[in-house]
Design a protein around this ligand. Sequence first.
Ligand code: HEC
Length: 104
Amino acid sequence: MRISLNILVFACVAGNFGLAHADYDLAQARNCLACHSVDKRKYGPNFKQIAEKYGGQAGAIELVAKKVKSGGAGVWGEYDMMPPQPQVTDDEARILAAYILSVK
Ligand code: HEC
């Protein structure tokens, strides 16, 4: 049930934004790319690593969306902390989470 709901959310998100690069543009506009890269090492873990870590989990989009808004520390050990991102709305956090989890 959780999983099919996520697929539904993802379908809506993908439908709303159409092209994948629109999601990348949102990550850029919300300043995520100051610390993250799609597949290279930067200050934070790259999106590919995050997709590998959480991708298979039930409720992954909601989980990652929460982390996008609240930031965090200590999960990726070697890295420093991520400050909260109050400029990101709940909807945008879900779009960004779905995008990050779709990176291969
Ligand atoms: C100031 C630098 C910085 C910015 C800006 C930033 N992040 Fe992060 N992010 C980090 C760091 C550092 C970590 C690793 C934190 C940890 O080890 O718990 C991280 C972790 C994450 C994680 C994984 C969380 C976890 O617990 O595994 C996601 C998802 C994420 N960021 C998404 C985003 C998105 C989306 C944005 C833009 C809205 C963003 N970040 C902006 C530095 C940043």
